[in-house]
Design a protein around this ligand. Structure first.
Ligand SMILES: *[C@@H]1O[C@H](CO)[C@@H](O)[C@H](O)[C@H]1NC(C)=O
Ligand SMILES: *[C@@H]1O[C@H](CO)[C@@H](O)[C@H](O)[C@H]1NC(C)=O
Length: 380
């Protein structure tokens, strides 16, 4: 940001400057807490995760500048955002070569501070599973009552929101829930087109009290026309994955309250990035599996360390030591319910050892009738 960053400023409007409208699909402006070292254009990646404050999104269909609500602004400068990161998504579905674009965002700012700082928070669901051939399939994720109780010391006011789904997205509703009852429908999209998702300005800001739930319901159509799918869709960044998020602008800003989502029924409303999902830290569990657990199961449950998956030794497969090493796996919080499905789908199935371990689990279930295996074998 080419200004003296020792002073505070408020950005009050963002004007999309669209140069090549044939390929511009959407752009998202993020704020970064430090002066970015990644100042050259580059492909989006993990290096950009430091710029996690979502400021504004433009997508096809949004016309004109995006202004902040009266008396509010996005603070930057001293003790605040120091640089901006603009993510641009181009769409070149004809695969043409030689295409150029110089689109961007013009930021209007002032050193005359507004009354309130603007905050932005992402709400939604990270555990998505949409079967093929569904006409109106629902997924739901909340910024839960527990999370708003934890994060909000005073009411906040929502001023703008849009729902973000991918290609099979078919609509969504954002509700305000108080004491278990829906007290207000904040926004509703009765249909959804990935290429021009509507943004909603809330003329009357919606008051959210500590303890309220902000509930997002997303709908998908995997049956009709171009949305038709013949495989199950899971959460994913790419066009073959789905999402269920609402991006919400509010004031006054609550520091670090920028993501309030769920995985299945577990809240992810912390800032440490290492979200605890029902006592499961997936990365830690996967490391444990890689370093010890897989070897242990293969060693105690099969005849041969180089077990090839076909020879089952009845004495070993039903032994106490085999049973307890299997229990280490199946009783781990990361192997329960939907988190277990995710752990398997995204991690364990990519391990070389998994094919052996899976055969062992199947055999143990079949021959030893270990009850605790039921859960895991349903999901394998
Ligand atoms: C896009 O940018 C190029 C290079 O800056 C410029 O020549 C061209 O006129 C621009 N087109 C539009 C539509 O702004
Ligand atoms: C599933 O869809 C893909 C791409 O749309 C297609 O190539 C494939 O043949 C389909 N498979 C079945 C079993 O219908």
């Amino acid at each position: 940001i080419p200004v003296n960053l020792d002073k505070p400023y408020h950005a009050v409007a963002f004007e999309p400057l669209i140069n090549n409208s044939n390929v511009m699909h959407h752009m998202i402006l993020f704020g970064c807490p430090e002066i970015s070292e990644q100042s050259n254009p580059h492909a989006c990646g993990p290096v950009d995760n430091v710029c996690r404050t979502f400021l504004v999104q433009w997508s096809m269909g949004i016309k004109g500048p995006i202004c902040s609500f009266p008396d509010t602004g996005v603070r930057f400068g001293v003790d605040s955002l120091k640089s901006l990161s603009l993510q641009i998504h181009w769409n070149n579905d004809q695969h043409n070569t030689g295409i150029k674009d110089s689109s961007g965002v013009r930021v209007y700012y002032t050193s005359k501070l507004q009354k309130y700082d603007v905050g932005n928070v992402q709400v939604g669901q990270n555990d998505i599973e949409i079967p093929p051939a569904q006409r109106h399939f629902q997924q739901q994720g909340s910024c839960s009552s527990d999370c708003t109780k934890k994060w909000l010391q005073q009411p906040i006011y929502l001023t703008r929101a849009h729902i973000h789904l991918h290609y099979t997205g078919d609509g969504g509703i954002l509700d305000l829930v108080r004491n278990g009852e829906t007290v207000k429908e904040i926004i509703r999209d009765n249909s959804f087109d990935y290429h021009s998702p509507p943004a909603h300005n809330l003329q009357d800001p919606v008051e959210v009290l500590p303890g309220d739930e902000i509930r997002l319901t997303c709908f998908y159509n995997t049956q009709d026309g171009a949305k038709q799918r013949n495989i199950t869709l899971y959460w994913g960044e790419g066009s073959d994955g789905e999402m269920c998020y609402a991006f919400i602008t509010y004031f006054p800003k609550v520091n670090n309250f920028d993501q309030c989502i769920q995985f299945d029924r577990y809240d992810i409303c912390s800032t440490d990035g290492n979200a605890l999902m029902g006592n499961c830290v997936v990365e830690g569990f996967v490391r444990y599996y890689q370093r010890e657990l897989a070897d242990q199961i293969i060693k105690y449950c099969s005849n041969d360390y180089t077990f090839n998956g076909h020879i089952i030794d009845m004495n070993k497969i039903c032994s106490k030591s085999c049973e307890s090493s299997i229990a280490e796996l199946t009783e781990n919080p990361c192997m329960q319910d939907r988190i277990g499905k995710l752990t398997l789908r995204e991690y364990l199935t990519f391990e070389d050892s998994w094919s052996k371990v899976k055969v062992i689990l199947d055999a143990a279930k079949r021959y030893c009738m270990i009850d605790q295996l039921k859960a895991i074998l349903i999901i394998t």
